[in-house]
Design a protein around this ligand. Sequence first.
Ligand code: MRU
Length: 348
Amino acid sequence: MVETIQWTPDGVVMIDQTRLPREEVYVTCTDYEQVAHAIKAMIIRGAPAIGVAAAMGVALGVEKAGPDGLDASFDQICKTLAATRPTAVNLFWAIDRMRRVYEEMKGSPIGEIRARLTSEARRIYLEDIAINQAIGRHGAGLVPDGKTVLTHCNAGALATAGYGTALGVIRAAVSAGKKIDVFADETRPFLQGARLTAWELQQDGIPTTLITDNMAGHFLRSGRIGCVVVGADRIAANGDVANKIGTYSVAVLAKENDVPFYVAAPISTLDLTLATGDAIPIEQRSASEVTEVYGVRLAPEGIAVQNPAFDVTPNRYVTGIITERGVARAPYTESLKALAADRGSNVR
Ligand code: MRU
Protein backbone atom coordinates (compact mmCIF):
# COMPACT_ATOMS: atom_id res chain seq x y z
CA MET A 1 0.00 0.00 0.00
CA VAL A 2 1.12 3.57 -0.74
CA GLU A 3 3.17 5.47 1.88
CA THR A 4 1.28 8.74 2.25
CA ILE A 5 3.60 10.41 4.73
CA GLN A 6 6.74 9.43 6.59
CA TRP A 7 9.08 10.93 9.15
CA THR A 8 12.63 10.42 7.82
CA PRO A 9 16.08 11.72 8.81
CA ASP A 10 15.86 14.06 5.77
CA GLY A 11 12.49 15.56 6.74
CA VAL A 12 8.81 14.80 6.34
CA VAL A 13 8.31 12.92 3.07
CA MET A 14 4.88 12.91 1.37
CA ILE A 15 3.58 11.58 -1.90
CA ASP A 16 2.41 14.61 -3.93
CA GLN A 17 -1.33 14.01 -4.25
CA THR A 18 -1.78 16.89 -6.70
CA ARG A 19 0.23 14.89 -9.25
CA LEU A 20 -1.33 11.47 -8.81
CA PRO A 21 -2.09 9.33 -10.71
CA ARG A 22 -0.05 10.72 -13.59
CA GLU A 23 3.19 10.85 -11.60
CA GLU A 24 4.36 9.27 -8.34
CA VAL A 25 6.48 12.07 -6.96
CA TYR A 26 7.59 12.45 -3.35
CA VAL A 27 8.08 15.83 -1.68
CA THR A 28 10.48 16.29 1.26
CA CYS A 29 9.57 19.06 3.71
CA THR A 30 12.57 20.24 5.69
CA ASP A 31 10.82 22.93 7.73
CA TYR A 32 7.37 23.50 9.20
CA GLU A 33 6.52 26.20 6.66
CA GLN A 34 6.91 23.66 3.87
CA VAL A 35 4.60 21.28 5.75
CA ALA A 36 2.04 24.10 6.10
CA HIS A 37 2.33 24.82 2.39
CA ALA A 38 1.89 21.10 1.56
CA ILE A 39 -1.36 20.99 3.58
CA LYS A 40 -2.70 24.22 2.06
CA ALA A 41 -1.79 23.21 -1.51
CA MET A 42 -3.31 19.73 -0.94
CA ILE A 43 -0.05 17.92 -1.63
CA ILE A 44 -1.32 16.06 1.42
CA ARG A 45 -5.06 16.04 2.15
CA GLY A 46 -7.74 14.07 3.94
CA ALA A 47 -8.57 14.83 7.58
CA PRO A 48 -6.43 12.22 9.40
CA ALA A 49 -3.46 12.72 7.04
CA ILE A 50 -3.64 16.48 7.62
CA GLY A 51 -3.52 15.79 11.38
CA VAL A 52 -0.46 13.55 11.04
CA ALA A 53 1.26 16.12 8.80
CA ALA A 54 0.57 18.92 11.29
CA ALA A 55 1.98 16.86 14.17
CA MET A 56 5.12 16.12 12.15
CA GLY A 57 5.26 19.80 11.17
CA VAL A 58 5.27 20.83 14.83
CA ALA A 59 8.06 18.32 15.59
CA LEU A 60 10.06 19.54 12.58
CA GLY A 61 9.57 23.17 13.58
CA VAL A 62 10.90 22.59 17.09
CA GLU A 63 13.80 20.57 15.72
CA LYS A 64 14.86 23.63 13.73
CA ALA A 65 14.06 26.24 16.43
CA GLY A 66 16.76 27.52 18.78
CA PRO A 67 16.42 27.38 22.58
CA ASP A 68 15.98 31.17 22.87
CA GLY A 69 12.37 32.28 22.69
CA LEU A 70 11.20 28.69 22.26
CA ASP A 71 7.68 29.43 23.56
CA ALA A 72 7.21 32.16 20.95
CA SER A 73 8.61 29.91 18.20
CA PHE A 74 6.31 27.09 19.29
CA ASP A 75 3.27 29.41 19.16
CA GLN A 76 4.26 30.62 15.70
CA ILE A 77 4.70 27.04 14.40
CA CYS A 78 1.27 26.03 15.73
CA LYS A 79 -0.39 29.19 14.42
CA THR A 80 1.03 28.72 10.92
CA LEU A 81 -0.04 25.08 10.73
CA ALA A 82 -3.51 25.81 12.17
CA ALA A 83 -4.11 28.49 9.50
CA THR A 84 -3.80 26.05 6.60
CA ARG A 85 -7.28 24.50 6.29
CA PRO A 86 -10.31 25.24 8.50
CA THR A 87 -12.71 22.31 8.23
CA ALA A 88 -10.90 19.08 9.20
CA VAL A 89 -10.85 19.10 12.99
CA ASN A 90 -8.05 16.49 13.06
CA LEU A 91 -5.66 19.34 12.22
CA PHE A 92 -6.50 21.20 15.44
CA TRP A 93 -6.75 17.96 17.43
CA ALA A 94 -3.18 17.01 16.43
CA ILE A 95 -1.76 20.48 17.14
CA ASP A 96 -3.45 20.48 20.59
CA ARG A 97 -2.00 17.07 21.33
CA MET A 98 1.50 18.28 20.41
CA ARG A 99 0.97 21.40 22.53
CA ARG A 100 0.05 19.30 25.57
CA VAL A 101 3.33 17.37 25.21
CA TYR A 102 5.25 20.63 24.84
CA GLU A 103 3.63 22.04 28.01
CA GLU A 104 4.53 18.86 29.93
CA MET A 105 8.15 19.11 28.79
CA LYS A 106 8.58 22.81 29.63
CA GLY A 107 11.88 23.47 31.42
CA SER A 108 13.51 20.28 30.04
CA PRO A 109 16.66 20.48 27.90
CA ILE A 110 15.74 21.32 24.28
CA GLY A 111 17.14 18.01 23.03
CA GLU A 112 14.67 16.13 25.23
CA ILE A 113 11.76 18.34 24.13
CA ARG A 114 12.62 17.68 20.49
CA ALA A 115 12.90 13.93 21.01
CA ARG A 116 9.60 13.78 22.88
CA LEU A 117 7.74 15.81 20.21
CA THR A 118 9.18 13.65 17.43
CA SER A 119 8.13 10.49 19.18
CA GLU A 120 4.62 11.91 19.76
CA ALA A 121 4.25 12.75 16.06
CA ARG A 122 5.38 9.24 15.14
CA ARG A 123 2.95 7.81 17.69
CA ILE A 124 0.06 9.77 16.12
CA TYR A 125 1.09 8.31 12.74
CA LEU A 126 1.23 4.72 14.02
CA GLU A 127 -1.98 5.07 16.03
CA ASP A 128 -3.80 6.33 12.96
CA ILE A 129 -3.02 3.14 11.03
CA ALA A 130 -4.20 0.97 13.95
CA ILE A 131 -7.34 3.12 14.32
CA ASN A 132 -8.19 2.68 10.63
CA GLN A 133 -7.74 -1.07 10.88
CA ALA A 134 -10.13 -1.07 13.87
CA ILE A 135 -12.63 1.05 11.91
CA GLY A 136 -12.35 -1.56 9.16
CA ARG A 137 -13.06 -4.40 11.62
CA HIS A 138 -16.16 -2.62 12.97
CA GLY A 139 -17.43 -1.69 9.52
CA ALA A 140 -16.76 -4.85 7.49
CA GLY A 141 -19.87 -6.62 8.80
CA LEU A 142 -22.10 -3.75 7.66
CA VAL A 143 -21.14 -4.14 4.00
CA PRO A 144 -23.63 -6.37 2.15
CA ASP A 145 -21.98 -9.29 0.36
CA GLY A 146 -22.31 -9.49 -3.41
CA LYS A 147 -23.19 -5.81 -3.83
CA THR A 148 -21.50 -2.54 -4.79
CA VAL A 149 -20.21 0.01 -2.28
CA LEU A 150 -20.49 3.65 -3.34
CA THR A 151 -17.92 6.11 -1.99
CA HIS A 152 -17.31 9.81 -2.45
CA CYS A 153 -13.97 11.68 -2.43
CA ASN A 154 -10.95 9.78 -1.09
CA ALA A 155 -11.05 8.45 2.45
CA GLY A 156 -8.32 5.90 1.81
CA ALA A 157 -4.69 5.24 2.64
CA LEU A 158 -3.89 8.53 0.91
CA ALA A 159 -6.18 10.46 3.26
CA THR A 160 -4.71 8.88 6.40
CA ALA A 161 -1.40 7.47 7.68
CA GLY A 162 -2.44 4.24 5.96
CA TYR A 163 -5.33 1.79 5.24
CA GLY A 164 -8.02 4.46 5.21
CA THR A 165 -11.35 5.01 6.95
CA ALA A 166 -14.09 4.46 4.35
CA LEU A 167 -11.68 2.53 2.12
CA GLY A 168 -10.48 0.75 5.28
CA VAL A 169 -14.02 -0.60 5.72
CA ILE A 170 -13.97 -1.73 2.07
CA ARG A 171 -10.50 -3.30 2.48
CA ALA A 172 -11.61 -5.13 5.62
CA ALA A 173 -14.79 -6.40 3.91
CA VAL A 174 -12.70 -7.71 0.99
CA SER A 175 -10.22 -9.34 3.41
CA ALA A 176 -13.17 -11.00 5.16
CA GLY A 177 -13.98 -12.67 1.83
CA LYS A 178 -16.92 -10.52 0.75
CA LYS A 179 -17.47 -10.31 -2.99
CA ILE A 180 -17.90 -6.60 -3.42
CA ASP A 181 -16.96 -3.96 -5.91
CA VAL A 182 -16.74 -0.19 -5.57
CA PHE A 183 -18.29 2.74 -7.38
CA ALA A 184 -16.13 5.84 -6.91
CA ASP A 185 -17.68 9.27 -7.49
CA GLU A 186 -15.19 11.39 -9.42
CA THR A 187 -15.67 14.20 -6.83
CA ARG A 188 -15.68 17.50 -8.67
CA PRO A 189 -13.96 19.89 -8.58
CA PHE A 190 -10.70 18.52 -7.16
CA LEU A 191 -11.33 14.99 -8.50
CA GLN A 192 -10.14 13.06 -5.45
CA GLY A 193 -12.35 10.14 -6.55
CA ALA A 194 -11.15 10.01 -10.16
CA ARG A 195 -7.51 10.66 -9.37
CA LEU A 196 -6.93 9.13 -5.93
CA THR A 197 -9.63 6.59 -4.98
CA ALA A 198 -9.60 5.03 -8.44
CA TRP A 199 -5.78 4.79 -8.35
CA GLU A 200 -5.56 3.51 -4.78
CA LEU A 201 -8.18 0.77 -5.19
CA GLN A 202 -6.76 -0.26 -8.54
CA GLN A 203 -3.36 -0.75 -6.87
CA ASP A 204 -5.07 -3.13 -4.40
CA GLY A 205 -6.87 -5.04 -7.14
CA ILE A 206 -10.31 -4.13 -5.72
CA PRO A 207 -12.78 -3.98 -8.62
CA THR A 208 -13.65 -0.30 -9.03
CA THR A 209 -15.82 1.66 -11.42
CA LEU A 210 -15.48 5.40 -11.80
CA ILE A 211 -18.68 7.43 -12.18
CA THR A 212 -19.27 11.16 -12.39
CA ASP A 213 -20.98 12.71 -9.36
CA ASN A 214 -24.27 13.24 -11.16
CA MET A 215 -24.56 9.49 -11.88
CA ALA A 216 -24.83 8.55 -8.19
CA GLY A 217 -28.64 8.93 -8.04
CA HIS A 218 -29.09 6.75 -11.11
CA PHE A 219 -27.08 3.90 -9.60
CA LEU A 220 -28.53 4.28 -6.09
CA ARG A 221 -31.98 3.80 -7.63
CA SER A 222 -30.88 0.75 -9.61
CA GLY A 223 -30.71 -1.59 -6.59
CA ARG A 224 -27.09 -2.39 -7.30
CA ILE A 225 -25.57 -0.32 -4.47
CA GLY A 226 -25.60 -2.21 -1.13
CA CYS A 227 -24.38 0.72 0.95
CA VAL A 228 -22.58 4.05 0.81
CA VAL A 229 -19.42 4.54 2.92
CA VAL A 230 -17.71 7.93 3.15
CA GLY A 231 -15.21 9.62 5.45
CA ALA A 232 -15.63 12.83 7.45
CA ASP A 233 -13.76 16.03 8.18
CA ARG A 234 -15.70 17.01 11.29
CA ILE A 235 -18.66 15.48 13.08
CA ALA A 236 -20.76 17.65 15.41
CA ALA A 237 -22.19 16.40 18.73
CA ASN A 238 -25.58 15.65 17.13
CA GLY A 239 -24.03 13.50 14.36
CA ASP A 240 -24.17 16.08 11.56
CA VAL A 241 -21.23 15.29 9.28
CA ALA A 242 -19.01 17.66 7.30
CA ASN A 243 -17.35 15.88 4.39
CA LYS A 244 -16.33 16.61 0.82
CA ILE A 245 -18.77 18.73 -1.18
CA GLY A 246 -21.37 16.47 -2.78
CA THR A 247 -21.62 14.10 0.18
CA TYR A 248 -24.95 15.62 1.27
CA SER A 249 -26.53 14.99 -2.14
CA VAL A 250 -25.37 11.36 -2.05
CA ALA A 251 -26.80 10.92 1.48
CA VAL A 252 -30.21 12.29 0.49
CA LEU A 253 -30.31 10.07 -2.60
CA ALA A 254 -29.28 7.07 -0.49
CA LYS A 255 -32.13 7.63 1.97
CA GLU A 256 -34.62 8.17 -0.85
CA ASN A 257 -33.61 4.75 -2.20
CA ASP A 258 -33.34 2.92 1.18
CA VAL A 259 -29.59 2.43 0.80
CA PRO A 260 -27.68 2.58 4.14
CA PHE A 261 -25.34 5.57 4.37
CA TYR A 262 -22.33 5.04 6.67
CA VAL A 263 -19.66 7.49 7.77
CA ALA A 264 -16.29 6.00 8.78
CA ALA A 265 -14.13 8.26 10.95
CA PRO A 266 -11.79 8.17 13.95
CA ILE A 267 -12.85 9.61 17.32
CA SER A 268 -10.42 12.48 16.59
CA THR A 269 -12.85 13.67 13.89
CA LEU A 270 -15.58 14.28 16.49
CA ASP A 271 -16.05 17.87 17.57
CA LEU A 272 -18.39 17.60 20.51
CA THR A 273 -17.93 21.32 21.25
CA LEU A 274 -20.26 22.02 18.31
CA ALA A 275 -23.91 21.20 18.99
CA THR A 276 -24.82 20.91 15.31
CA GLY A 277 -23.15 20.92 11.92
CA ASP A 278 -24.27 24.50 11.27
CA ALA A 279 -21.29 25.74 13.29
CA ILE A 280 -18.70 23.79 11.25
CA PRO A 281 -16.47 26.21 9.28
CA ILE A 282 -16.61 25.42 5.58
CA GLU A 283 -13.48 26.09 3.55
CA GLN A 284 -13.99 28.15 0.38
CA ARG A 285 -11.41 27.36 -2.27
CA SER A 286 -10.19 29.07 -5.38
CA ALA A 287 -12.58 29.72 -8.29
CA SER A 288 -10.00 28.29 -10.69
CA GLU A 289 -10.70 24.77 -9.35
CA VAL A 290 -14.19 25.13 -10.84
CA THR A 291 -13.45 27.12 -13.99
CA GLU A 292 -10.38 25.11 -15.04
CA VAL A 293 -9.26 21.50 -15.39
CA TYR A 294 -5.47 21.06 -15.34
CA GLY A 295 -5.02 24.71 -16.31
CA VAL A 296 -7.45 24.53 -19.24
CA ARG A 297 -10.22 27.08 -18.85
CA LEU A 298 -13.73 25.67 -19.34
CA ALA A 299 -15.93 28.56 -18.20
CA PRO A 300 -16.21 32.05 -19.66
CA GLU A 301 -14.02 34.78 -18.18
CA GLY A 302 -15.82 36.90 -15.59
CA ILE A 303 -18.36 34.23 -14.54
CA ALA A 304 -19.23 34.26 -10.80
CA VAL A 305 -18.12 31.05 -9.05
CA GLN A 306 -18.77 29.37 -5.69
CA ASN A 307 -16.40 26.68 -4.44
CA PRO A 308 -17.24 25.41 -0.95
CA ALA A 309 -14.92 22.43 -0.37
CA PHE A 310 -17.26 20.67 2.07
CA ASP A 311 -20.94 20.31 2.89
CA VAL A 312 -22.80 19.18 5.99
CA THR A 313 -25.00 16.09 5.93
CA PRO A 314 -27.71 16.30 8.61
CA ASN A 315 -27.69 13.36 11.03
CA ARG A 316 -31.08 12.05 9.84
CA TYR A 317 -29.42 10.77 6.67
CA VAL A 318 -26.64 8.92 8.52
CA THR A 319 -27.34 5.22 9.18
CA GLY A 320 -24.27 4.80 11.39
CA ILE A 321 -20.90 6.35 12.24
CA ILE A 322 -18.17 3.71 12.24
CA THR A 323 -15.32 4.54 14.66
CA GLU A 324 -12.39 2.60 16.11
CA ARG A 325 -14.45 2.11 19.28
CA GLY A 326 -17.58 0.79 17.61
CA VAL A 327 -20.54 1.98 15.53
CA ALA A 328 -22.59 4.94 16.75
CA ARG A 329 -26.27 5.07 15.80
CA ALA A 330 -29.02 7.63 16.34
CA PRO A 331 -29.61 9.35 18.68
CA TYR A 332 -26.04 10.51 18.06
CA THR A 333 -25.92 13.07 20.85
CA GLU A 334 -25.91 10.10 23.24
CA SER A 335 -24.05 7.47 21.22
CA LEU A 336 -21.16 9.77 20.18
CA LYS A 337 -20.77 11.13 23.70
CA ALA A 338 -20.59 7.58 25.06
CA LEU A 339 -17.97 6.52 22.47
CA ALA A 340 -15.88 9.66 23.04
CA ALA A 341 -15.95 9.13 26.81
CA ASP A 342 -14.97 5.46 26.50
CA ARG A 343 -11.28 5.97 27.19
CA GLY A 344 -10.74 2.35 28.29
CA SER A 345 -9.22 1.35 25.02
CA ASN A 346 -8.49 3.58 22.08
CA VAL A 347 -8.54 0.84 19.52
CA ARG A 348 -10.61 -2.33 19.64
O1 MRU B 1 -10.33 18.40 0.58
P1 MRU B 1 -9.87 17.04 1.02
O2 MRU B 1 -9.38 16.18 -0.09
O3 MRU B 1 -8.89 17.13 2.18
O4 MRU B 1 -11.19 16.37 1.59
C1 MRU B 1 -11.13 15.05 2.05
C2 MRU B 1 -12.43 14.51 2.49
O5 MRU B 1 -13.46 15.15 2.44
C3 MRU B 1 -12.40 13.14 3.10
O6 MRU B 1 -13.58 12.45 2.83
C4 MRU B 1 -12.25 13.28 4.63
O7 MRU B 1 -11.18 14.12 4.93
C5 MRU B 1 -12.04 11.97 5.28
S1 MRU B 1 -10.48 11.26 4.91
C6 MRU B 1 -10.31 9.83 5.77
